[in-house]
Design a protein around this ligand. Sequence first.
Ligand SMILES: *Cc1c(COP(=O)(O)O)cnc(C)c1O
Length: 478
Amino acid sequence: MSRNAESTAFRSALDVIRAVEPRVADAIGAELTDQRESLKLIASENYASPATLLAMGNWFSDKYAEGTVGRRFYAGCQNVDTVEALAAEHARELFGATHAYVQPHSGIDANLVAFWAILADRVESPALKKAQARHVNDLTEADWFALRRELGDQRMLGMSLDAGGHLTHGFRPNISGKMFDQRSYGTDPATGLIDYDKVAEAAREFRPLILVAGYSAYPRKVNFRIMREIADSVGATFMVDMAHFAGLVAGKVFTGDFDPVPHAHIVTTTTHKSLRGPRGGMVLCGPELADQVDRGCPMVLGGPLPHVMAAKAVALAEARRPDFADYAQRIVDNAQALADGLLRRGATLVTGGTDNHLVLIDVSGYGLTGRQAEQALLDSGIVTNRNAVPQDPNGAWYTSGIRIGTPALTTRGLGATEMDATAELIHTVLSQTTAGTGPDGAASKAKYVLDPAVAEQVGKQAADLLAPFPLYPTVDLT
Ligand SMILES: *Cc1c(COP(=O)(O)O)cnc(C)c1O
């Protein structure tokens, strides 16, 4: 692929957009500039390839394609069938799954598809059988009301939010928390690690229909073989949400007990985090749940996004190439280098380190809240996000943690040397920032003081660090 083809493609696209609404074209161009200039350590973000991005901007967007490949409720879906089948095939091959459903628009949507597939399989189907009905429309009013009540009376056990679990794993602000009676398992306060005996104990007491594993902010591997044994011991369906670490599974960094696909009944993921694809979601499962999963649209999803499925097919094809395994290994090596660099400079890390793509700094050691640390780093050109730490005294809004991840910088090509330099920059900012006070002189959880000269100096150093690793080097918009 010549440098020229990609530049020409994006430049021409922007010219076409500019002719209609120039401010949109300008914003798209400005976004590229911003992404190029920031040291992006957001653990859930990445940079999709030009081919993946271009696969989304076309007339597939115009097509309705409710249904599944070869069985649509709309006519004329033969080309959508081609890309959906390709995306599913690449997903099955990449992850060694028997079934892949590539329609979910996001990770949250993938989880909803999975929850309702499990509910349909384990609650609705037996109820239909008992009533000797083939379809929910054939149930009597009384049986239908009883079924609805039963569907709403199921239990889920997932990882607690402050230990790194996700809002969609049964927490009240999310619809999953309104659907399920939820309990969570946390981590051992001494080590910060999942205590599988405690998970087993909670499962025995609570008897959940669904046991969920997966996280957004847990910096360690999870043993999915043990989790499956726990699920089996109480008759729970074992679901893994690998939204964050799907790239590490795809790249065979997580294998054996740490690969969720052979152990879980059902696996959900996003496609845009470490997997480096378009913004979207996906569900993998065995034959038992496949038919229910395929009902995701219109059960909980709006019409599929064929342009995004096309981009998923492209990104998954990329992830099947040997260099993706190398990329995945470098993500983890970089996270370890970053963790080591921070530890050597005296930072406190949740669990004392990492064995995946992310590091969680407990910034209370610097006398800061997560919110203060996040803003001070941002002032210095370093993009991170605040995140609760286990038993966080500052709650979910201010927090005491900073979550950093390496998938994006690894895509740019930064390595261990640059990670150590990044650790130095982070440590400099955090150790030079002090908590501010409110108008009454009391300690503030939001205000902070950082000498602008320090922020500027660190910002320059961050830019110098990025300079040898241009983002989208084949794309020149000038
Ligand atoms: C990011 C994430 C999601 C949600 O993904 P969206 O695409 O934003 O809906 C779900 N689960 C986990 C564990 C995540 O990290």
